[in-house]
Each structure stands twice: as structure tokens, then as C-alpha cells.
Design a binder for this molecule. Structure first.
Ligand SMILES: Cc1cc2nc3c(=O)[nH]c(=O)nc-3n(C[C@H](O)[C@H](O)[C@H](O)COP(=O)(O)O)c2cc1C
Length: 372
């Protein structure tokens, strides 16, 4: 008899069920005898264990030699019963421990909890993006038949503002930036960690629409300052653009470009509400909003209601900031975008770049149905 119930197969530890069953089948009567001896010589109470093991040995005998229905029980005895027991609690184990939140059918955990929350009137806003699969979105690496040695590759450089003969042009040295994520959606540790990473990697970080970039500035990376529809950080009390404040932000040496956010993929047609409970003295200062009252982010810039007024607004921000100015939008209707571009052409006024947001729902907070 061997006690080696684990086998090392190509370095992997695997359970050898056959050996384990042999050990258990021989071990059961031996254990019953062992407790019988203890019960006889040491204390009568050991006989409780003796009886238990005699019963289990009997059941094991029936499994192996009497019943003919279950091959597993006949081959392995009571050890195989463990398999049936585990199998019987499999659905619960999978549901609670192993199944991902999106894989169950017909309703996934994500869908069910959304319904529960809605039914209980609990806010179902969530952050960071939809959990649904967007299969054709993976980044794919394609083979080249003629690969180039590294020395032959030209360093990456993308210039912004050159076409307008700007004094303050900006050059992206790597094809990577950190997307807009506002302070508020992210805490100060996250903002500072990302900003520090951006500095080390030599890439810019978009501040998001969270207002004055106090924590971003601490880490000295290049910044793209974003103007959201509420114009946090550069707003007048009524939510319109405060030109003086924009001038001051644009004059910060770390702020290299400005981005006007027209729309975001995660929230089609939706603005936002900053509830008064979330407005701390710091948020009030950085965002330029009063304490004690809710602040509404409109779904669009009041200045940008037509292609003409949108182009005018871009031009205005370009003139005030004297920096490259981009726009960010999620492309909903091609004809609208075409009109915007035609208007830009007619007025000879273009943004210095355009960020196209995907529809995959990355956000700080949006209702789940919008995310999906
Ligand atoms: C926590 C968080 C906060 C965000 N805040 C902003 C924001 O302030 N302004 C904005 O335009 N987009 C914001 N976004 C959206 C991202 O900039 C980006 O458009 C979105 O995540 C999709 O891009 P991705 O696929 O690279 O994540 C936020 C996203 C996240 C996850």
C-alpha cells in the first residue's frame, strides 16, 4: 500500500484518485480497529468512533461490492461520494465563487443586481466602463513580413499647433496619453500616481473636467487642461466661461494644451449633477462652485448649440489660451460631424486635434443603462 496520493506529473501536483481511494478503503477498517483497541484499553467513549467507522466501512463495502448502478462508487468507494457531494453544490460554488459577473445565462449577476437596485430605488450609477463584451475592440498585433531593426525606426513625434504658427506648440513624443479623468472621479492618490507615471513616461495627462489641476501640478507632468460643459475651474457663477481664469490656467507652464469636451461616449445626451453633499471646501475651490447647493453640468456647452457657435467657441478658447486647443466628442451622427467640419473649413478655424471617444462607456459616473 502506498500513501503517495499526489503525483508529480511534469512538475504539476495532481491528485491520484485511484491511490487515494486505495488508502481510504484500507484506512477505514483499520481506523475502526484502532478506535476499537482504544475503546477496549483506554476509554469506553472511543467506541463511539469505533461504531461510526464500522458504519462507514459497511457503507463503503456496499458501494464497492453490492450496488451496481454507479461505476464511480464501485471503483473508488466512498471517495467517489465526495465527488457527488461537491457536484451537488457546484452551481452555488460557481455562482458565488467562480462565475464572472457577466457570464451567467439567462441573466448575469450584473443584470440582476441592476434590476435589484432599480427596484429598491438605489442609484445605479457606476464608474470606469461597461462590463459587457466588446469583442472586436482588442488591440491586435499584426505580423510584418519585413520587420525593421530598431535603429531604423524614426522617433515618434506628433506636433500640435504648428499649422496655426503658434508660439506654444506641443509635441507628443510617444503615441500614448492618459485620458481625461477628473479629480473627484479619482482621488488625490490616483491622480498623483498617474501624473507621476506620466512624468516618468514622458507623456501628457489630461486633467478631465475636475477644475483646477492642483494635484496634477504637484507631479510636474505635461497637462492637457479639459473644459467640461460645467467649465469647472474656469467658470463664472452662471456657468459661462471666465476668460481671466482660463488665461491663468493656460499660463501655467505645465499646461500644454486645452481640450473642450463636447460629449462623452459613456453619457450620450447626458450632463451630470454634483450633489451639494459632495462639495467639500476643496472641491468648491478647485471647481469654482459655491458650497451648499447642487451644481448641474449641462449636457452640452451653452455656447455650442450650432456648428457656427461651436467653431466660434473653439476660436475663442484658442485666442484666450494661446495654446493648442482640441475638442473631444463621441461621434453620434456622421452628418452633424460633417457639417461641423464644413463650418470649420468655411471659417478657416480648426481645433488643433480631435479626440474621438469610444462608445464603451469609460466614465467616472453614469447610469448603467447609458454605459451599456
Ligand atoms: C474614472 C474616470 C473618470 C473620467 N472622467 C472624465 C472626464 O472628466 N472627462 C472626460 O472627457 N472623460 C472622462 N472619462 C472618460 C475617459 O476620458 C475616456 O474617454 C473613456 O474612459 C474611454 O476611453 P478608454 O477606453 O481609454 O477608457 C473618465 C473615465 C473614467 C474611467
Amino acid at each position: 500500500m502506498t500513501f503517495d496520493v499526489f503525483d508529480t506529473l511534469q512538475g504539476n501536483l495532481t491528485v491520484n484518485l485511484e491511490k487515494m481511494a486505495k488508502v481510504v478503503n484500507a484506512g477505514l477498517p483499520l481506523t475502526a480497529i484502532f478506535f476499537g483497541v482504544l475503546g477496549y484499553y483506554v476509554s469506553f467513549y472511543f467506541h463511539f468512533a469505533t461504531v461510526t467507522f464500522i458504519l462507514i466501512t459497511g457503507i463503503n463495502f456496499i458501494y464497492r461490492h453490492v450496488q451496481k448502478q454507479h461505476a464511480l462508487l464501485a471503483n473508488f468507494g466512498i471517495v467517489a461520494q465526495m465527488r457527488y457531494m461537491i457536484e451537488s453544490i457546484g452551481p452555488e460554488m460557481r455562482q458565488y465563487l467562480f462565475a464572472s459577473d457577466t457570464e451567467e445565462k439567462p441573466f448575469t449577476r450584473v443584470e440582476r443586481s441592476e434590476v435589484y437596485r432599480k427596484a429598491k430605488g438605489i442609484d445605479s450609477s457606476s464608474a470606469f466602463g461597461s462590463q459587457l463584451l466588446f469583442n472586436d475592440m482588442e488591440i491586435k498585433l499584426r505580423h510584418s513580413m519585413f520587420p525593421q531593426p530598431k535603429e531604423n525606426l524614426k522617433p515618434y513625434a506628433l506636433h500640435f499647433g504648428e499649422e496655426r504658427n503658434l508660439k506654444n506648440t506641443y509635441t507628443l513624443k510617444h503615441p500614448v496619453i492618459i485620458s481625461a479623468m477628473s479629480y473627484g472621479a479619482l482621488g488625490q492618490n490616483a491622480v498623483r500616481a498617474l501624473a507621476r507615471g506620466a512624468k516618468r513616461a514622458g507623456i501628457p495627462m489630461n486633467t478631465g473636467e475636475g477644475g483646477y489641476p492642483k494635484y496634477h501640478l504637484m507631479e510636474e507632468c505635461d497637462l492637457i487642461f479639459q473644459i467640461g460643459t460645467a467649465k469647472f475651474g474656469v467658470r463664472n457663477e452662471d456657468g459661462t466661461l471666465n476668460e481671466q481664469k482660463l488665461k491663468e490656467v493656460a499660463a501655467l507652464p505645465q499646461v500644454k494644451m486645452i481640450e473642450i469636451k463636447l460629449s462623452q461616449g459613456a453619457k450620450p445626451g447626458k450632463g451630470g449633477l454634483l450633489p451639494k453633499e459632495k462639495i467639500t471646501p476643496e472641491i468648491s475651490e478647485l471647481r469654482g462652485v459655491p458650497m451648499g447647493q447642487d451644481v448641474i453640468s449641462p449636457p452640452f456647452h451653452p455656447e455650442c448649440q450650432t456648428p457656427e457657435s461651436t467653431v466660434q467657441f473653439i476660436q475663442k478658447v484658442q485666442q484666450i489660451s494661446e495654446l493648442p486647443v482640441g475638442i473631444k466628442l463621441c461621434l453620434g451622427r456622421e452628418d452633424e460631424f460633417l457639417k461641423l467640419v464644413q463650418t470649420m473649413k468655411a471659417k478657416n478655424c480648426f481645433p488643433d486635434y480631435i479626440t474621438i471617444d469610444g462608445g464603451e462607456g469609460g466614465t467616472g459616473a453614469a447610469p448603467k443603462s447609458f454605459l451599456d
